[in-house]
Design a protein around this ligand. Structure first.
Ligand code: HEC
Ligand code: HEC
Length: 379
């Protein structure tokens, strides 16, 4: 009797293993320098879902001109950005107000967009399709028409989500896209091999000195966080480091009040900040309506940063050296200019020497993961 039950268990286990359940993609091995990724229970990773997500990510049919896909602005050959563009170009070369961030390591981001207006990758993926300066659709209906009728898509949605026809909604579309994005995890840079892999010669002497400036005199680490066992170079928070807002300083109070009175909905915020330069500079304020957040933006990761120029939410700083000089000046691009009224308390003049500035830049060049080294854009 016992034997029979045991046999039953073994057989059942065998059936499960051989594909009666969806193929869960083998947990991705964590690259050196990163924490283990976690995935939402509502959207587990499976190999087929990831492949579907990639196909959707690359499909230009989901734009009014048939020419723009997510990958246009998040190009895998450019660390999933559109470097060297200052701000992104969508349909008919229309430009937005912001520089395209990478989706690499976005599995670790707690909020999406420069101002954090989106809570997760699933929600985020809804917006570009219907933004007038990105993919330009009036609503999501054209996407659904394609995925419901195109046989390859229809089969995939049926196999992965058990949905067909009208049953396929943007929920499934965005889940697949998010699952794909969550596979783009990269570490194992020279810095990681030095700090977490014990490889003493992975960094040059200049890069090691640069790391010292990064964590000490430069105080960069207070926002671009480095931990004992891993480093994401983010804090999942928002700060005003003096970029962009200086241009609209005089009109900020007026603009902020205008924004508060307008009672804009979340999707209107998405359109407004990407089509109106002045509203864009309000930063996190546009989401929280808190004055403390004026001109604040999300701390971006510095991984692969040498490959994704230009920099900052508005792409206004051309090189890593320009960025360091901006911080060295205490949050102003041109030394001696007045600082903006809402500057983060963490930003003060740093008194770095020219040699320290060079070292800091050299350090940031050590954050490139091997899978992106040598791709377009590398200096
Ligand atoms: C026209 C260029 C363009 C297209 C097309 C585009 N994006 Fe983006 N993407 C951007 C820009 C610019 C931002 C920053 C906008 C902001 O923060 O306000 C961004 C932000 C993001 C972010 C947030 C990253 C972060 O660090 O918070 C993700 C994720 C993303 N896009 C994924 C996608 C997906 C998925 C698609 C397709 C459905 C897509 N994008 C289509 C330009 C584009
Ligand atoms: C108070 C928090 C804070 C400190 C301190 C700080 N940063 Fe930043 N960093 C940010 C934020 C926020 C942004 C985005 C700002 C924006 O776009 O307006 C940013 C952007 C950057 C960028 C551009 C990234 C991109 O993708 O465009 C680089 C490079 C950078 N910081 C390097 C440094 C260095 C080097 C230091 C130290 C000298 C430093 N940061 C100190 C918060 C900080």
């Amino acid at each position: 009797m016992r034997k029979a039950i045991l046999l039953l268990f073994i057989t059942a286990g065998f059936l499960v293993l051989t594909g009666l359940t969806p193929k869960i993609s083998s947990a991705q091995t964590t690259p050196l320098g990163l924490p283990a990724a976690t995935y939402p229970t509502s959207n587990p990773q499976t190999t087929d879902k990831v492949a579907l997500g990639e196909k959707l990510f690359d499909d230009t049919r989901f734009s009014t001109t048939g020419k723009i896909s997510c990958a246009t602005c998040h190009d895998r050959l450019k660390v999933f950005t559109d470097s060297p563009l200052k701000v992104s170009e969508g349909i008919n070369k229309l430009t937005g107000t912001r520089n395209a961030p990478t989706i690499v390591n976005s599995v670790f981001f707690k909020k999406l967009f420069w101002d954090g207006r989106s809570p997760d990758l699933e929600d985020q993926a809804l917006h570009p399709f219907v933004n007038p300066v990105e993919m330009g659709l009036k609503d999501h209906q054209p996407i659904l028409s394609i995925v419901r009728s195109d046989p390859e898509y229809a089969n995939a949605f049926k196999a992965i989500f058990g949905k067909q026809g009208e049953g396929i909604t943007m929920k499934e579309v965005t889940r697949a896209i998010a699952a794909f994005e969550r596979t783009k995890i990269s570490g194992n840079s020279p810095f990681d091999r030095w700090r977490y892999g014990g490889q003493e010669d992975a960094l040059t002497p200049a890069q090691k000195r640069g790391f010292d400036v990064f964590i000490n005199q430069g105080r960069c680490v207070s926002c671009h966080v480095v931990e004992q066992t891993q480093a994401l170079f983010i804090d999942n928070r928002f700060h005003n480091v003096g970029v962009g807002i200086n241009d609209i300083q005089e009109t900020v109070p007026e603009l902020a009040v205008e924004f508060l009175n307008a009672q804009v909905t979340a999707s209107e915020v998405d359109i407004k900040v990407l089509t109106d330069k002045r509203s864009s500079e309000l930063g996190r304020f546009a989401v929280t309506r808190t004055f403390n957040d004026l001109g604040s933006f999300k701390t971006p990761t510095l991984r692969n940063i040498a490959l994704t120029a230009p920099y900052m939410h508005d792409g206004s700083l051309k090189t890593l050296r320009d960025v360091v000089v901006h911080y060295n000046n205490g949050g102003v691009t041109v030394e001696g200019d007045p600082v903006n009224d809402f500057l983060s308390g963490g930003i003060r003049p740093l008194n770095l020497t020219d040699a320290q500035i060079n070292d800091l830049v050299a350090f940031m060049e050590a954050l490139t993961s091997p899978e992106f080294a040598g791709t377009t854009g590398q200096k």
